[in-house]
Design a protein around this ligand. Structure first.
Ligand code: PEP
Ligand code: MG
Length: 583
């Protein structure tokens, strides 16, 4: 890994003696034994829910649900949505036509309001959607159907369907926008039916966002008024959980019963333990918010590079999705997830845009490992236009996209190399989902030909872990993606909330694979880091160090607690933990 650490820089403040860290061994249930939160609102007699804590921190506030898309009721008597409008429907055509106009106006106004609160790419997308909702042809078509006897909701539904087909038939960019119409249609129909608009709520005050599930694009678009996330489904290493962690937003997934909590109920969320205290008073909510502020301030006061108590250096690096995620206090970037820049995009990002995005990060961080686009499965990139697959996690994702679209990787490597030249940075680049020696060799050859200084492979597939020593003959470093390595080792979907015990990174089989990679790195004299979510868990980080990894890369919000955890143990103690866990 890059070594920007100035020699002789200070050690972090050690963890207070007897700080009561729980033992990191898994419980019988296979779930982590996290510290009981113990006091304050969580100790009270109020209602409690429990899920999987996936992003540490606590927050409290009123629940607001992300409404589901509306279900269209059967057409009113006399209307027939299948065969078209009839004039004997019994609706008031003029009133329905006005309701159509009011719904489209409301949708456009809501999107414009959200665009005004957003910035950059997000604002552009929202404005573009508002323009579609304002399209006079769409209004005219829906009103014509209403005047001919359809109720407003069905008229809107039919007009949007027509519009969608027209766009799809035009092909190219316009065809790609066709999917956006579904979202607009749901909003307009919900308004016409008097239902809450689907999508993210914007109540005008801070709130705890509750949803059945969230897409990475939803999570990427969250505004500053979201205090915490709670979902009924979702797994601990899903990209939604990762995005929440990246933003330092407390998050709980797989929380059964959360969809029954009425909007407005004040809840306390503990993103570490996964506990929810339901029905807090305002004073209790303020207490939770204050305790979170104090804990973050305490941890942030720790400084310096990563070290065990006896001074063994372990680089603490950042996982980021863009320059906006950068925070001071780490020793570089260990994983720049470039695909997060383009989750919403339906057109390919231009070369210049890619140069600018990398250069922005290179200019602000001392050392950066850029991961080439990891598209596919739970991170679809619409602009790639990849064909649908029956089994996407085992399909064309990560480096495999290169088989279908080699220009995408070439353009990205050129852009990274150019950004490095412009900023004087040393670019380290790695590929996701490397599986074979041939893939590693091919990637390294192409990256080096572009002038990339250091080339690496992610270890996310057991086949690659088993051949780590060989891969290190082709590349300069390895970075272990424990999220996918767990998914593929245990054949358990990383988004599946009911399989979280299988995905627990302390499973001995996973630890064996990590140990093999670390040993291969030591033999080759090359760095082997961990950049999966396990690296940011203060209970797991010492164990990974005990297995022999040389760096830990994590969401910025995790760095202080990991630094504190390492500083509280010697390297020998870390090794003892690793040995015990493997046994
Ligand atoms: C991983 O799989 O552990 C990883 C770091 O990559 P991602 O989570 O982005 O798939
Ligand atoms: Mg991965």
């Amino acid at each position: 890994m890059p070594d920007p650490t100035p020699p002789g820089s200070g050690r972090p403040d050690p963890a207070p003696p007897g700080s009561g860290r729980p033992d990191p061994a898994p419980s019988d249930s296979g779930r982590p034994d996290l510290a009981p939160s113990g006091s304050g609102p969580w100790a009270g007699a109020g209602g409690r829910l429990i899920g999987l804590g996936v992003s540490r921190g606590r927050a409290a506030g009123p629940v607001m649900r992300m409404a589901a898309p509306p279900t269209l009721p059967p057409p009113r008597p006399g209307t027939d949505a299948a065969t078209g409008p009839r004039t004997d429907s019994g609706t008031d055509p003029a009133a329905e036509a006005s309701a159509v106009a009011a719904a489209l106006e409301a949708v456009a106004a809501d999107l414009n309001r959200r665009a005004a609160d957003a910035s950059g790419e997000a604002a552009d997308i929202l404005e573009a959607l508002a323009m579609i909702a304002d399209d006079p042809m769409l209004l005219e078509d829906a009103q014509e159907r209403a005047r001919a006897g359809m109720d407003a909701a069905h008229a809107l539904d039919a007009a949007f369907a027509q519009h969608r087909d027209t766009l799809a038939a035009l092909g190219g960019y316009l065809a790609e926008r066709a999917a956006d119409l579904d979202d607009l249609k749901h909003r307009a129909v919900a308004f016409a039916l008097g239902l809450p608009m689907p999508g993210l709520p914007s109540p005008g005050h801070p709130y705890v966002l509750v949803a059945e599930d969230l897409s990475p694009a939803d999570t990427a678009g969250l505004g500053p008024d979201v205090l915490a996330l709670v979902t009924e489904r979702g797994g601990p290493t899903s990209h939604t959980a990762i995005l929440a962690r990246g933003r330092g937003l407390p998050a709980v997934v797989a929380c059964k019963g959360i969809m029954d909590v009425p909007d407005g109920t004040v809840v306390g969320v503990d993103g570490g333990t996964g506990e929810l205290a339901v029905g807090l008073t305002e004073e209790e909510a303020a207490e939770v918010q204050e305790a979170d502020r104090a804990e973050r301030a305490r941890l942030a006061a720790g400084r310096g590079p990563g070290r065990t108590a006896d001074g063994h250096p372990v680089k603490l690096l950042l996982n980021i999705g863009s320059a906006e995620d950068l925070r001071p206090g780490a020793e570089g970037v260990g994983l720049f997830r470039t695909e997060f820049l383009f989750l919403d995009r339906t057109t390919a990002p231009a070369y210049e845009e890619q140069v600018a995005a990398s250069a922005e990060v290179f200019a602000q961080a001392e050392s950066v490992i850029v991961r080439t686009l990891d598209a596919g499965t739970d991170k679809p990139l619409p602009f790639l236009g990849l064909p649908g697959e029956p089994n996407p996690a085992l399909g064309v994702r990560g480096l495999r996209v290169d088989r279908l679209l080699p220009d995408v990787l070439d353009t990205q490597l050129d852009a990274i190399a150019e950004a490095a030249r412009k900023t004087g940075a040393q670019a380290w680049v790695m590929a996701p989902m490397v599986t074979t020696m041939a893939e590693a060799t091919g990637f390294a050859r192409r990256a080096r030909a572009k002038g990339i200084a250091r080339v690496g492979a992610m270890i996310e597939v057991p086949a690659a872990a088993l051949r780590a020593g060989r891969l290190l003959q082709a590349v300069d470093f390895l970075s272990i993606g424990t999220n996918d390595l767990a998914q593929y080792t245990f054949a358990a979907d990383r988004q599946h909330s009911a399989l979280a015990d299988l995905l627990d990174p302390r499973q001995p089989a996973l630890l064996e694979l990590i140990a093999m990679c670390a040993a291969a790195g030591q033999e080759a004299g090359k760095p082997v880091g961990v950049c999966g979510e396990a690296a940011g868990d203060p209970l797991l980080a010492p164990l990974l160090v005990g297995l022999g990894v040389t760096s830990l890369s994590m969401a910025p919000v995790c760095v202080p607690a990991v630094r504190e955890a390492l500083a509280g143990l010697t390297l020998a103690e870390c090794r003892e933990r690793a040995t015990a866990a493997r046994a």
